[in-house]
Design a binder for this molecule. Sequence first.
Ligand code: SF4
Length: 129
Amino acid sequence: MRDEDGLSLVFISHDLHVVRAICDRIAVMYLGKIVEIGRADSVYHRPQHHYTRVLIDAVPRLDDGQPATRTVRGEAPSPLHPPSGCRFRTRCLRAEVRCAAEEPALRQVGDDHFVACHFPVSTEPGTPS
Ligand code: SF4
């Protein structure tokens, strides 16, 4: 449909493995805001938002059939009363004081790849840049 009729389609799922197989671009949303957006391969293979990484780690792997153990803490807050600053901060294992005080804006981290995070995955110690 996309190729033959020139349509743009929006496919919504929590399964980023399926999304990557179908879509050219991925936009990851948390509590109603886009936290990461970019080309599908870039977002899937080099996720920069901690929520994106949790979603990718939740996909069962072929080697052992088990999802990775990376977790979030707590339950998702109500979208009607989102946390101050970064909306993911109450569940993010990387959260710092700045995350509660200042809402991160989307900023470019690669070619057509943007993330809204003060401390993206690539800034973690031991992460290849
Ligand atoms: S801004 Fe802070 S709380 Fe939000 S995802 Fe980034 S590190 Fe985690």
